[in-house]
Design a protein. Structure first.
Length: 418
């Protein structure tokens, strides 16, 4: 389905190597492996613009807490116990869930990034990886060295499916000196920056008290938006002036509605950001907060929240919500035009949705069904970079039985006594 046309067209998609080679009717492809797509809908793969993949091991471990309590009392102690092997298996668990629910690419910020990169290499997904940098204590430059190692070792690896970013965690965990250092490195080496921003009112109050400005003004003050491509996660609490500062930025904002709802953070001003010319993509955040990684759920939540917040059902219509999860997120990952779109020359990152289900019939408007009715489990086939990762709901690059066994044992050990 071409989201620009909004109505599905019947036809074939020819994939050659990593790319979409042709889209049309009765394409001649003698030697091709053919997927019979009758009763299915093809659309661009979904792109999760903000993730912490190993947090799937912490799914359901701690609910109903405020962000800072949840993070400091539960997540950080659990993460301190995670071994590199745990990170690998947690990342793999998230990737299995993402492939199963139609996500083809994601942006990740975490620790032990070699393990996550290894999992990306094996599963066949596309990812923009970031070593999360927290600067609350002096570590002798260890984390920064790891961030640079990630870039040196993995940027462009796995047939180009992996790219790297720099990841100062947030304004509240990144004081001016390291922030300056990260920005000048990102600018000099042309590396995108991935950072949490203005997720809670408490964060806004902390930064105002420390620096006399909002979190957005703080980052702007040091030139982040002028000098770098930036992926901002959350941006729930922005005022009009903040939005003006983000106008024209390269990159944009990852809206993560389910995580924001569950942690009680609020509703991001998506409609106003879009009016201000800021690109908005969609993400889940980690499974530790969002609980599931089903991007169809995020699409639905995003659309419904804007309608409810402003009392206007015309806001964020189905097609726009779908675009956020595809083209919008692609821009945030610095992959604009390369993925998130079904067009000749783009990477063959696409999914097939099985319409033969009661909740997906009748097909008055396919776009409406995708945004408001489909769930991840409706995805039949997932293709990334021209390679089939799931066919007929069977994962082809992951040993799921072993994965579930490993993940369950590790998750139990990690949270014991916390
Ligand atoms: C240092 S790696 C990334 C770091 O971020 C933490 N995290 C996960 N979700 C959130 C969120 O919603 N806001 C702030 N920080 C978050 C994660 O637990 C890792 O420690
Ligand atoms: Zn996050």
């Amino acid at each position: 389905m071409d989201l620009v046309q909004e109505q599905p067209v019947k036809g074939d998609i020819l994939i050659e190597g990593e790319k979409i080679a042709a889209i049309g009717v009765n394409l001649d492809a003698e030697h091709a492996d053919t997927i019979e797509g009758g009763g299915m809908l093809a659309m661009p793969g979904l792109i999760n613009a903000h993730q912490h993949t190993p947090m799937s091991l912490l799914r359901g471990f701690s609910d109903d807490l405020k962000l800072m309590d949840w993070l400091e009392r539960k997540m950080l102690p659990a993460e301190a116990r995670m071994t590199p092997d745990d990170i690998y298996w947690g990342a793999l668990l998230s990737m299995a869930e993402m492939i199963r629910s139609g996500t083809t690419a994601f942006a990740d910020m975490y620790i032990h990034m070699d393990e996550i990169a290894r999992a990306v290499q094996e599963t066949g997904m596309r990812a923009a990886l970031t070593r999360g940098l927290v600067f609350h204590e002096d570590d002798g430059g260890k984390r920064m060295t790891e961030a640079l190692d990630l870039i040196r070792r993995w940027d462009g690896a796995a047939e180009g499916r992996i790219t790297a970013m720099l990841g100062p965690h947030s304004p509240y965990l990144c004081p001016p000196e390291p922030l300056r250092e990260v920005i000048s490195l990102a600018e000099a080496e042309d590396i995108p920056v991935h950072i949490h921003l203005a997720e809670t009112k408490e964060e806004v109050a902390i930064i105002r008290q420390k620096y006399g400005m909002t979190p957005t003004q703080y980052l702007y003050h040091y030139g982040l938006f002028e000098k770098c491509h930036v992926l901002l996660a959350h941006a729930v609490h922005l005022n009009r002036r903040d939005m003006g500062l983000l106008r024209g930025m390269r990159g944009g904002v990852s809206h993560n509605p389910v995580s924001n709802l569950k942690l009680g953070c609020g509703i991001a001003p998506v409609t106003e950001m879009r009016k201000a010319g800021i690109t908005v993509g969609l993400g889940t955040d980690g499974a530790g907060s969002a609980t599931t990684l089903d991007m169809f759920q995020e699409i639905r939540a995003a659309a419904w929240l804007q309608k409810a917040d402003y009392g206007d059902p015309a806001l964020l219509p189905a097609v726009e919500a779908l675009r956020m999860a595809t083209e919008g997120s692609a821009k945030l990952l610095n992959l604009e035009g390369k993925t998130g779109t079904l067009k000749v020359g783009a990477k063959a990152d696409l999914i097939l949705i099985d319409l033969g289900k009661p909740h997906l019939q009748p097909v008055h408007h396919a776009v409406s069904l995708l945004a408001y009715s489909a769930v991840g489990a409706d995805v039949d086939t997932t293709i990334v970079n021209g390679r089939i990762l799931m066919r007929n709901r069977r994962l082809l690059t992951i040993d799921e039985e072993r994965l579930i066994h490993e993940a369950a044992g590790r998750a139990k050990r990690i949270v014991e006594g916390i």
